[in-house]
Write a protein that binds this ligand. Sequence first.
Ligand code: SF4
Length: 255
Amino acid sequence: MTAARKTRSGTRASRVADVLDGEYGRRRSGGRRSNPLDTLIGTLLSQNTNDRNSYKAWVSLRRKFPTWERVVAAPRPSVAAAIKVGGLKNQKARRIKEILRRVKQDWGAYNLSSLRRKTNDEVMEYLLSMKGIGEKTAACVLVFSLNRDVFPVDTHIHRICNRLGLVKTKSAEETFRAMESKVPVGRAYSFHLNLIRFGREVCKSSKPICGECILYDECTFVHKHELAHASARSRHKRSGRKDFLITEQLSKKRL
Ligand code: SF4
């Protein structure tokens, strides 16, 4: 990761961020933050499932084991049973216990607050040294818990950035690196959340609603014309679940 980015106004990425801010509002990164270990475990639970089920898994885990000590002491099948709703229960239970043991060994407590004193690169290097933790999860810890201007990329953001022509990449990992120099300075948090919402409501995976897209003019997706035609008469159904993000929920609720 580069240490600092220069402001890039007038680029396609900044225009896209502006349009999304205008539509959904600029998300501010202040306020209470989830602690880094909670975000790490919560984001791990969100792998290969949706936010609603991963949050249910998180609530179930914390209710059954109110402290991380109890998670470590518990038999793995009990931990797996607690997070079953989030899928991949055995793999995730094993990883959670490994991570907790490693954190205790490295910092003397089940606490990653010391990461606040580390640089982005140091935090990234440390978290990536843990089995099962990838760049997206590490970036979530940086932006959601450590208040850093880092832009996590999941499969949805990877898809949208490529459709919009912001990048031309083949994986979320490539997109993460390519977007690092494009995200407007100080706006990674808002840009990330608004793109997630935009992907759920408009630029969906299989049927993007190009006919109602506020970014149509910016978009370089080759199929946008035919998709716009197909969706021209469709009504945009809002699910009411659009804003649910586990990383936000962790900072809002105490269990
Ligand atoms: S025009 Fe279609 S493909 Fe392009 S960003 Fe909008 S919804 Fe996505």
